[in-house]
Write a new protein. Sequence first.
Length: 65
Amino acid sequence: MARAMFDYTKAVLNKVSFDVNLFCKELKKALKRLLPHEIEELKIWIHGLLQQNPQLNQCLIYLKE
C-alpha cells in the first residue's frame, strides 16, 4: 500500500508541475503522508523534475525541513 501512495504522489506532483503554488501545496501534503525512505526517494525524483521545470525551485524549501 505504501508504494502505491508513493506512485500516486509522483503522479499528482507531475500533473500539477505547471503551477508552482499547486506543486508546493501537494508537496507539503506528500511529506506528511510518505514514509522517511520514500521522502528521500521523492527528493531524488523532484530534483530530476526541476531540471525540466526550474520555476519549481522555490518549493525546495519544504524538502529541507
